[in-house]
Design a protein around this ligand. Structure first.
Ligand code: GLA
Length: 720
């Protein structure tokens, strides 16, 4: 709900459990007055979140210190020395912005932003700020999602100055908290170790994460949260932000000398400049703020509902997803038609729905050294082309899926030989390879158009009903042959706009094809990508134990159905860890399920279990897609992990338990969170019938495991 009260010039944005309040002060500044548990719509003008009283610059002609104004969109150069949301530099070099309230309006329905994916939504508050000295306008956008306790924020900078300005910083939001003592939570890691939680105390100074790699990155998720001390799965206040963007990003929590905290997120200013000519506008990506008064568990459930209801394509979000077998870990580049036919023949009646032909099917792509960019099927390897494989799949009752990496080019490719200037690089300097490839310059319309046409035609002719879109290197050099010198700083964001344009085009042209995102695993797993790809490959690490940690961080924010998880061979090819098939399967069940191995090397007794395991997934997959996640322990904090998915009506639940090392003679025991205490439940696997209150508070014990990495899946059903 959005309310404005004229007498004290206050805005109240209200979700089910939170209030977010702003107020226009006597000098015309839009100040942030409150964010937290729901409060009455009182006049909050009495509250003075003032700064330490020493040598503070004041508004000319007044005694009011700039540092005392908790500006809703923090600006630079006027005496608030904290991190600004925006820096705009005029042609004369003036980078001051004195933004004051200039009106507001409420849109009945949220507008889509041109070129950047945003969430769908209703009533949206738009506040206009204006610098009365140079005329620059900033529009702040707020949409409330009441049930989910979510507030989205973004900004539009409109150059109404009459002359060019250069944006040096344009974050999606800054947000001030008056209290101190918060902890900060971020998700960090690297390739094959994505989204490990990092939690620490905040002290005076700036805690920041982010990157300038041109992708969301495996190194830092574009997520940051403030937590009250002691916050756990079930208790504590959480103020989180997840940015709907897939390029370089920046998140920070700054504690100033008075203990006040400023949270910010947006496009990373370290790799961003934007020339805004007179009359032009710049739109920031959208940040999704989530408030929870019941710990990280509630934050997760609210984020899951939000991304399912307002971001992921409604056609796919709750739809049954194919169980795939992906060729990569089993075959890498060494395959031919014979090997593929043998594989798909063996999958007949296994419960696997779709065979995915990963990297290596096109051009001279026999290794990662050549062929990217040459999007035609290598008929020497695959006589009859992709159609022949799709047909063979169909004969076995399987769908066909195909891997692409449209943003890239190998220097050893026909495309590069023909159009060397289409690759990102600086004239006179050697191009910087990564995995033997260069990045195509997606800031160029001609490049995006070429790829639209070529990839579009390949997909159309392939018979595929699933596409895995990969992106396997960071951006470097950040230079386009077409951009003028004073616009080279725009390269990274323009690149992202090109990627979104291609994603929009392909997903619209092929509405019946399921697209899966990927970037060396979970290197570009973010809310914006979910707008195009209902599921994303979570990590190149398929070891069950590591995966339980990677999936923990990934599904802290994103729905289980978005996390694509495959069972692979044991010992794991990446870390050599041996885990039982049951454990690999249970962990992969906690998302969109599939397989990834060589059918001839997978042990026969394990292969024989696939029909039963796929059938079992089909008994729980609706719950996985639609249910609420409750967590017990997790492997970041101890030796075991528990994830419980409960249906919205609390009639069904599935709990997956994992124990890493097998302790001496101790039965695993855990509580089952999220059940209705007043219902009676049957736990099939343990042959138990117990009230919810008992399962929630006392829990269950399991028979001892005989090995390390034991796991159990419990199906729990309410007895009517
Ligand atoms: C990336 C992906 C893998 C696979 C390979 C192919 O690493 O994450 O799943 O597709 O590329 O080159």
């Amino acid at each position: 709900m959005i309310r404005y009260t004229e007498n004290d010039k206050s805005f109240f944005l209200e979700g089910a459990d939170f209030t977010y309040a702003m107020r226009v002060d006597s000098n015309g500044y839009l100040t942030h007055t409150y964010y937290g548990a729901k409060i009455a719509r009182a006049d909050l003008g009495y509250y003075r979140p003032e700064n330490v009283r020493s040598f503070n610059p004041v508004i000319p002609g007044t005694k009011k210190a700039y540092a005392d104004i908790m500006q809703e969109y923090g600006t630079a150069n006027l005496g608030d020395f904290r991190e600004p949301a925006m820096i705009s530099r005029s042609v004369s070099g003036d980078c001051t912005a004195d933004l004051r309230f200039a009106g507001y309006y409420i849109l009945p329905k949220k507008h889509a932003v041109k070129g950047i994916p945003t969430s769908r939504g209703g009533e949206t508050l738009v506040i206009r700020l204006r610098d009365g000295y140079n005329g620059l306008s900033v529009y702040l956008y707020y949409t409330v999602y009441e049930k989910e306790n979510i507030l989205t924020r973004r900004a539009k900078i409109s150059n109404t100055t009459g002359d060019t300005v250069f944006l040096e910083r344009a974050l999606s939001f800054t947000l001030d908290f008056y209290g101190s003592g918060y902890e900060v939570l971020t998700l960090a890691g690297h390739h094959a170790k994505e989204k490990y939680p990092q939690r620490s105390e905040l002290h005076q100074g700036i805690y920041s994460v982010g990157n300038i790699r041109g992708t969301t990155s495996a190194n830092h998720a574009n997520f940051i949260a403030l937590l009250t001390p002691g916050t756990d799965e079930e208790k504590g206040e959480v103020f989180a932000s997840s940015l709907m963007y897939s390029g370089s990003h920046y998140e920070s929590a700054e504690v100033d000398e008075s203990g006040r905290v400023r949270l910010s997120s947006g496009i990373n200013p370290g790799s961003f400049r934007w020339k805004l000519d007179a009359g032009e506008e710049f739109e920031t990506p959208e940040a999704v703020l989530c408030y929870s008064n019941a710990g990280l568990g509630l934050m997760t459930r609210q984020y899951h509902d939000f991304f399912r209801r307002y971001v992921i394509n409604p056609k796919w979000v709750y739809a049954r997803r194919p169980i795939v077998l992906n060729s990569w870990e089993g075959m890498h580049f060494s395959f031919n038609s014979e090997r593929i036919f043998e594989t798909v023949d063996k999958l007949k009646d296994s419960g696997v729905d779709l065979f995915v032909l990963d990297d290596g099917w096109f051009g001279a792509r026999d290794s990662d050294r050549a062929g990217l960019g040459d999007w035609y099927c290598n008929e020497k390897k695959l006589p009859g082309g992709l159609r022949a494989i799709a047909d063979r799949c169909a004969e076995n009752g399987l769908g066909f899926g195909l891997w692409i990496e449209p943003e890239m080019v190998n220097p050893d490719s026909d495309l590069y030989r023909e159009h060397p200037d289409w690759a990102v690089g600086i004239p006179g300097r050697p191009g910087v390879p990564s995995r033997n490839q260069f990045v195509l310059d997606f800031s160029r319309q001609d490049v995006v158009d070429h790829i639209k046409h070529v990839i579009g035609d390949v997909i159309a002719g392939s018979g595929a009903c699933y596409i895995k879109w990969d992106m396997n290197r960071p951006l470097t050099e950040n230079f386009s042959h077409l951009l003028p010198a004073d616009r080279q700083g725009e390269f990274q964001h323009r690149y992202m706009l090109g990627v979104y344009e291609l994603a929009e085009y392909l997903t619209k042209r092929f509405p019946d094809i399921l697209f899966e995102g990927c970037s060396g695993g979970g290197g570009r797993f973010d809310g914006a990508m979910l707008a195009y790809f209902p599921q994303i490959w979570t990590s190149d690490n398929t070891d069950a134990d590591d995966r339980s940690m990677i999936q923990y961080g990934t599904t802290l924010v994103f729905p289980l159905s978005a996390s694509s998880n495959h069972v692979s061979i044991s010992p794991n090819i990446r870390n050599g860890r041996a885990t039982p098939l049951g454990t690999r399967t249970n962990i992969a069940y906690l998302g969109t399920f599939g397989y990834e191995f060589d059918v001839n090397r997978f042990p026969a007794d394990e292969f024989a279990r696939i029909p039963a395991d796929t059938a079992r997934y089909r008994t729980i997959d609706g719950l996985i897609r639609e249910g609420d996640v409750y967590r017990g322990n997790n492997r970041h904090d101890g030796n075991d992990a528990l994830v419980c998915v409960v249906s919205k009506d609390k009639k069904r639940a599935v709990a997956v338990y994992l124990q890493a090392l097998n302790p001496h003679k101790m039965n695993p025991r855990f509580r089952i969170p999220g059940l209705d205490p007043d219902r009676l439940y049957r736990v099939d696997e343990l042959n138990l019938m117990l009230p919810g209150s008992v399962l929630v508070n006392l829990g269950v014990t399991l028979p001892r495991y005989r090995n390390d990495f034991g796991s159990t899946l419990l199906t729990i059903t309410a007895v009517e």
